[in-house]
Design a protein around this ligand. Sequence first.
Ligand code: AMP
Ligand code: ZN
Length: 490
Amino acid sequence: MLNIFNSLSGKKEPFQPLNPPFVGMYVCGPTVYNHVHLGNARTFISFDIVFRYLSYLDYKVRYVRNITDVGHLENDADEGEDKISKRARIEQLEPMEIVQQYTVGFHNIMEKFNALPPSIEPSATGHIVEQIQMVQDILKNGWAYESNGSVYFDVKKYIDAGHPYGKLSGRNVDELFSGTRALDGQSEKRNPMDFALWKKASAEHIMRWPSPWGDGFPGWHLECSVMSTKYLGNQFDIHGGGMDLKFPHHECEVAQCSAAHGEEAVNYWMHANMLTLNGKRMSKSTGNTLLPQEIFSGNNPFLSKAYSPMVLRFFMLQAHYRSTLDISDKALAAAEKGYFRLQESLKVLSTLPTSNSSTVDVSHWKKRFHAAMDDDFNTPVLIAELFDATKDINRIQGGEATITERDLKDFETLVNTFVFDVLGLQSETNANTNANSDALDGALQVLIELRNKARADKNWALSDAIRDQLSAKGIVLKDGKDGTTYSLSS
Ligand code: AMP
Ligand code: ZN
């Protein structure tokens, strides 16, 4: 039986969907004001595994993952500029051009990582009407107040009525109140802990919609409460996101849904842990990031070479989703070795000799693989079990163990299902990538030499043409004191 660690109880709990075989899962998607970094990708890969394993268990999963395209303000707070508007202002583009550009980029990266698309991908700007409706419901139920064209959730009133605000994130309410900066008397909020459901748009704010409270825009937490319950019902099974979203984002979601609907929405809260770089959380706002493209091209001083999307995926799955994971060139190189070793074993599996009897117990492996994933999606244990199973493959190949034709078929199906369907890895062999990159490297060295010769002959037209045409193909030449090197720009 599948057990899921529920952040709400702080324990692993047997998974009992509200309405089997259907499962509703909502995951907070990216704020599309910038390229997704590898940390974001890790969280989405973690939930891709949840989606895949639930589907493997024959649940009919409706997986909703949103696109945040309005309302997420700088510093994740109630004041400051909208992240998307800011980017639009700097780049002199329409906010929706920013949204489009980075949404497409996000989809491309997810496809490279072989993450399955969600069943529904709603956007915050596409649900303004529903968000206004939820604000009205919360106001009507008495848990919010209007102030100067904005609407705030009345956290103190909600807590005083006995609601467990702080339970999800494990925050102590008294500390929360004393730790929050006192209001300076100018604030529209009754209490510093109150959070915005709807914000009045200042004159220069471009992303704005008419509402009963005047022109404004929704608060960041609201969209997820609205879109999750719209598509999954007022109560649903799983809500996920990165650990950093527990507070305030998810704590506020819990409050909003119960204030609007009179019941908590989510049965299992799941939080994926952070990818770190140099021991610090990878984050767009601090610039401590590595972009997926930089890893695929090797175009970053942090890396000795390029690593493929599947090596990255394998690297991430070698850690449990609730553990932090630090990325380094060394760790990636080790993951690459492991991943290629697994791939080689899979190739051998399809060519094994068969016998009249089996000494290999396929059902044993099936139990082991299930046990790993049933234990809160424990991918590192599953990978360890897969490596153990490859020992049986080697023994059969070496004649120290035997397998019947039928068992071999089952064994192959089992291993392939867990590697390709459950872990979502794709075939990619060492030999192939190395042969391709060796050939490319050889061809580029020839071109670099031709260009050097053209430069020595002062044939600038030819040397520039070589550089420019390579650049148009995404290959950038760099002239340094030790000669010319190249990098792949995409
Ligand atoms: P954002 O685009 O900032 O709204 O984040 C999108 C998702 O990525 C959220 O679920 C975040 O919790 C998650 N996330 C952000 N930084 C990291 C990180 N360093 N490691 C793992 N997940 C992250
Ligand atoms: Zn969210």
